[in-house]
Design a protein around this ligand. Structure first.
Ligand SMILES: [Mn+2]
Length: 274
């Protein structure tokens, strides 16, 4: 258990609905850490198809719903990515979280900006159709190869390396931060954790929760830290069962989610109000 109280925890690119999503591990991190602000920095969903969500994916959403309870005093922020554009607005109602294109805040006299990063990636913006086609091919390949997932992981790597997204996003984000007079800028999107300093501005990429390296960022008095997920930090042993085995449980998990997260209560509350 990490008893350190972070000011902010940031994670992105969980890609719920994809076979490679490590929702179980991400939920565990949120449960183990203490923080006053959580930023979900885009691409929390892989696409708009809820039928692909497994029990573990619903559990993650249920936990976000719990965190957004005002009594807990945790500010939960969802910044839209390219994969969850549009969907994020729906989810904000479902899990009670506000959604932003970009999120700006002050901490210790420094201006911080969180933005997913696809805005700085010319390939994504100019080739939306190709990108959608790529997503569907990617999901099909995951289905074909769900046992060990090497193909999906290879495509993850090709996606980032081949497009050389990482430096492009870093350069775009640094220019954007300079224009916005921010000292720190945070992105996801590239699936590659990275830190770059330039002319007094710091750029941080928080990586992803798909593939082999799982990372998140924290901000506190000690500065900004990149953390690699470490299963040994957590009390429970990690179970490496393939998530596709749980697919049949997904419907009941959705019902549990609605129940546990208080969605049903909210519906009653609203009807009483009218
Ligand atoms: Mn993205």
């Amino acid at each position: 258990m990490d008893l350190h109280d972070y000011n902010t925890l940031i994670l992105s690119d969980l890609h719920l609905g994809a076979e490679t999503s490590r929702a179980r591990e991400a939920t565990r991190v949120l449960k183990e850490k203490r923080f006053q602000r959580l930023i979900l920095l885009g691409d929390i969903f892989a696409d708009l198809n809820f039928a692909r969500l497994t029990k573990e994916h619903w559990k993650f959403l249920g936990y976000i719903r719990k965190l957004s309870n005002p009594k807990l005093n945790v500010e939960v922020v969802w910044v839209e990515g390219n994969h969850d554009h549009g969907l994020a607005t729906i989810m904000s109602h479902l899990v009670g979280v506000r959604v932003y294109d970009n999120y700006v805040w002050e901490y210790r006299g420094l201006r911080h900006i969180a933005i997913h990063g696809h805005q700085f990636d010319g390939f994504q913006v100019n080739r939306v159709r190709l990108s959608r086609w790529g997503t569907s091919v990617y999901l099909q390949l995951q289905k074909l190869d769900f046992k060990s997932k090497p193909m999906a992981r290879l495509i993850d790597r090709l996606n980032t390396r081949w497009l050389r997204m990482s430096p492009k996003v870093a350069a775009g984000a640094l220019a954007y931060a300079r224009h916005q007079q921010a000292e720190r800028v945070f992105c996801g999107h590239t699936h590659e954790a990275l830190q770059v300093e330039q002319d007094g501005i710091s750029y941080y990429n928080c990586g992803a929760w798909v593939g082999s390296r799982l990372t998140y960022l924290t901000i506190d008095d000690r500065g900004v830290q990149v953390h690699d997920y470490n299963e040994h930090e957590c009390g429970e042993r990690i179970d490496h069962r393939d998530s596709s085995e749980e697919r049949g449980e997904a419907d009941s998990a959705a019902a549990d989610f609605a129940d546990e997260s208080g969605l049903l209560e909210d519906v009653e509350y609203e009807s009483v109000g009218r």
